[in-house]
Design a binder for this molecule. Structure first.
Ligand SMILES: [Ca+2]
Length: 473
């Protein structure tokens, strides 16, 4: 059993102290100061650079794929030749972590560079109005609007790049209303609830139905530097791969739900290849920074199609939070496979901004992943686990379930939050030797537990304080 410690005591107080934004205060425009700071930063940099010096940026974001579901990560059956090649050409960190194992908060971190307890986006959907979590009423749509309106004021990568003269294209998953609210100049998602707006609507066709909208965007935006958000609804369910791929994987395993998921991973890989080929064919691949990550994990339930197994999506275990994260910039970032350094998706925005010569905002905790020495020196990363459906629409903190820290070879996870539904013990895993987290070593290493608890508490309070400094308190 773990001992009482100052770090543990501080984590137990989370939610009892009002360290985080109240949603209504947030909506009253209290983020204006933060918004002004990013605009000034981006504007200053824009005047100092010319178009020819600035690279393009492409984010490739997988949806619901576990860290091991790639050939280059050692999967015995799934073929991912195009992402394997991207990994070989990249500075690839095989120990990447999401900010939260849930689509909407994870994607929000990828576009704002902030953790959920900083930007207030801590759930997928507002509170349910009945026992049916999928029932929607006008009031619930209003609650969604309240949650997503955060993006109107938060720093966002396409908005910051736009200040520097970039054109930007949103495709695929996007939870935050119309693409323009995120600062994109072009996009597919309208976000209109009357027309099925929730997590991407028209955008969800990308990849599954081809890449024409991106080709059209490139035709139109070729004269300016560009940013593309490619977050297809893949390999996410519905697991509807082409028949040729389904038959291939049914030849490997006599289990259709699993074969379908494996086939989806290869189908997603094919679309990534088509997209990267498109950059090559247009002669812009060498001047494009490609950043790859997945938004959360997935372990296929072998008994039920389109359903996930325990310890994957929505949990703090490696099957939920770990993903390879890679950066490719030919001639500028040396390809390397880093299998030891933990990194985070909150690093994606600082990585893109560094390549484009734009400063991060003071609130962004991440670093430029192209700076390998800094990433190694940092040593570890932290994150949270939050409820899929909000417990209190006006209190983002009420959705917190657990916190975790990965430091070197170790990982600690603890239940946290005033309404947590996680009833596990504090868990300490030596994740390098035990990547499937079978042996909880907390009882045998009380000093390591104390050390990581304190680190976790520091990270949480620093993030919460930064949110306050930006006007969220
Ligand atoms: Ca997802």
């Amino acid at each position: 059993m773990y001992r009482d410690s100052p770090g543990r005591a501080r984590i137990m107080r989370i939610g009892k102290e009002r360290t985080m934004l109240n949603r209504r205060q947030f909506l009253q425009g209290t983020l204006a100061a933060g918004a002004a700071s990013w605009a000034m930063t981006a504007g200053a940099q824009a005047s100092a650079a010319t178009n020819g010096e600035r690279p393009n940026v492409l984010f490739i974001i997988s949806d619901d794929q576990a860290w091991g579901d790639y050939s280059f990560m050692g999967h015995p059956y799934i073929d991912t030749p195009r992402i394997d090649r991207l990994a070989r050409e990249s500075l690839c960190y095989t120990r990447g972590y999401v900010s939260a194992p849930l689509c909407c908060p994870a994607l929000a971190s990828m576009v704002t560079g902030l953790h959920p307890h900083q930007n207030g986006i801590t759930c997928n959907d507002p509170t349910a109005v009945s026992d049916n979590p999928w029932e929607w009423t006008p009031e619930r749509f209003e609650m969604r609007e309240e949650i997503i309106s955060a993006i109107d004021h938060l720093p966002s990568l396409p908005r910051m790049l736009g200040e520097a003269g970039y054109q930007s294209m949103q495709t695929g998953k996007w939870w935050l209303g119309d693409y323009a609210r995120g600062g994109f100049t072009h996009g597919m998602t309208h976000g209109d609830p009357e027309r099925g707006g929730r997590h991407g609507d028209e955008g969800l066709k990308i990849g599954r139905e081809g890449l024409d909208p991106i080709a059209d965007f490139l035709d139109e935006a070729a004269s300016d530097p560009f940013f593309i958000w490619y977050a297809p609804f893949m390999p996410h369910d519905p697991h509807t791969p082409p028949e040729r791929l389904l038959q291939k994987y049914l030849g490997y395993i006599d289990n259709e739900p699993v074969a379908r998921f494996w086939a989806m991973c290869e189908w997603f890989d094919e679309t990534c290849g088509d997209l990267l080929d498109m950059l090559e064919e247009r002669g812009v691949a060498d001047n494009t920074v490609v950043v790859y990550a997945c938004d959360n994990g997935w372990i296929q339930n072998p008994l039920i199609r389109d359903r996930f197994a325990p310890r994957s999506k929505q949990t703090h275990y490696e099957g939920g939070i770990r993903t390879p994260i890679m950066v490719r910039w030919p001639g500028r970032i040396e390809p390397r496979m880093d299998v030891t350094t933990p990194v985070s998706i909150v690093d994606m925005v600082p990585t893109a901004l560094a390549a484009c010569g734009i400063d991060t905002t003071p609130e962004m905790p991440g670093l430029d992943l192209g700076d390998h020495e800094r990433a190694v020196a940092r040593g570890g990363v932290c994150g949270g686990r939050y409820a899929h459906t909000a417990r209190d629409n006006h209190d983002p903190l009420a959705n917190l379930d657990a916190l975790w820290v990965v430091q070197g070879d170790w990982k600690l996870a603890t239940p946290a939050g005033p309404q947590t539904t996680v009833d596990s013990e504090v868990e300490l895993f030596h994740v390098v030797s035990d990547p499937h987290e079978l042996n909880n070593l907390a009882a045998g290493y009380p000093e390591k537990v104390d050390e990581l608890m304190a680190e976790l508490a520091d990270w949480w309070s620093e993030g919460a304080a930064t949110a306050k400094a930006a006007g969220n308190g």
